[in-house]
Every structure is written in structure tokens, then in C-alpha cells.
Design a protein around this ligand. Structure first.
Ligand code: ZN
Length: 157
């Protein structure tokens, strides 16, 4: 188990675009396992590689139904709308109101580089959009309606 340091808002690495992952390597496997460990340790529902300082298109998500690993994810369908609170491990102790699609379909590769498609609604759709944004160097704070507000420890995504 290895916990990596989560980069925080203001760190330049969070503003950069990530590179595609061409193949699975031992190094990438270790990164994915460390990202999962870090997400669980920090109490998040998702984590993107740039949040641990690595500019690769890898995200991990777990909204409570088990881990999802998305490599080179692309959102191929979205519909509806939801408006709610969103947070980020890179913006500790804060949350803000963000409007996202209610439903998304994402195409990606899994840890074995097999093509997968995942559909998500509500929190899962929100988490997918949030994490895919990280890979493009986008932070949710740019989308917040109104002001960020403080949250109790453990509530942020
Ligand atoms: Zn985030």
C-alpha cells in the first residue's frame, strides 16, 4: 500500500493536459494501485493521475460500488442535467455547486487495456465528468456557481 501526495489547487501540474496511455506497464499498474490506495485513504470518490503529479490519462472512481479504473477515457454520450455540491481532493475542505449531465457514457480501457464502456447516472456521472476534466487540466472550481463553501472533513469528493 502506497499513499501518494495529493497535489492541491495552485499546483501547475493540475492545469496540464495528460498523455494517452499506450500500454499497460508495471509502472502504470503500480500507479493505479497507489491511486486507489490514495483515494480510499483520503476518503474521495475519484482521483485522476495528475492529482498525484502524473500526466497520464488514468482515473480511478469508487462511489461505493467498487473500484472503476478508466484509462484513456472519452465521454461519448451525455444527457440531462443535475445541479449539486461537488468537491475535490485537490481543493481540501471546500465544495461548490456545479451543474453536470445527469447521465454519461464513457469509453475507455480497463487495467488490462480491454475496451470498456461504462454508463453512469447521478453521482457516478458527476464523478466521471469531474475526473475526465482533470485529464484536460480543468478544475471544477471553474464551473462553480456562486462561491466555494467550507465542508466538514470527509465530505469532499
Ligand atoms: Zn478533483
Amino acid at each position: 500500500m502506497a499513499i501518494r501526495k495529493v497535489r492541491e489547487l495552485g499546483d501547475e501540474v493540475l492545469r496540464k493536459r495528460c498523455k494517452e496511455v499506450p500500454k499497460m506497464t508495471i509502472r502504470n499498474k503500480i500507479l493505479i494501485n497507489d491511486m486507489l490506495d490514495t483515494m480510499y485513504e483520503e476518503g474521495g470518490v475519484g482521483l485522476a493521475a495528475p492529482q498525484v503529479g502524473i500526466l497520464k490519462q488514468i482515473v480511478v472512481i469508487d462511489i461505493g460500488d467498487g473500484p472503476i479504473v478508466l484509462i484513456n477515457p472519452k465521454i461519448v454520450e451525455e444527457s440531462g442535467e443535475q445541479t449539486g455540491d461537488e468537491g475535490c481532493l485537490s481543493v481540501p475542505g471546500k465544495a461548490g455547486t456545479v451543474t453536470r449531465p445527469y447521465y454519461v457514457k464513457v469509453r475507455a480501457q480497463n487495467e488490462d487495456m480491454e475496451e470498456i464502456e461504462i454508463e453512469g447516472e447521478e453521482l457516478l456521472a458527476r464523478a466521471i465528468c469531474h475526473e475526465v476534466d482533470h485529464l484536460e487540466g480543468r478544475m471544477y472550481v471553474e464551473l462553480v456557481e456562486g462561491e466555494l463553501h467550507d465542508v466538514e472533513y470527509g465530505e469532499e469528493e
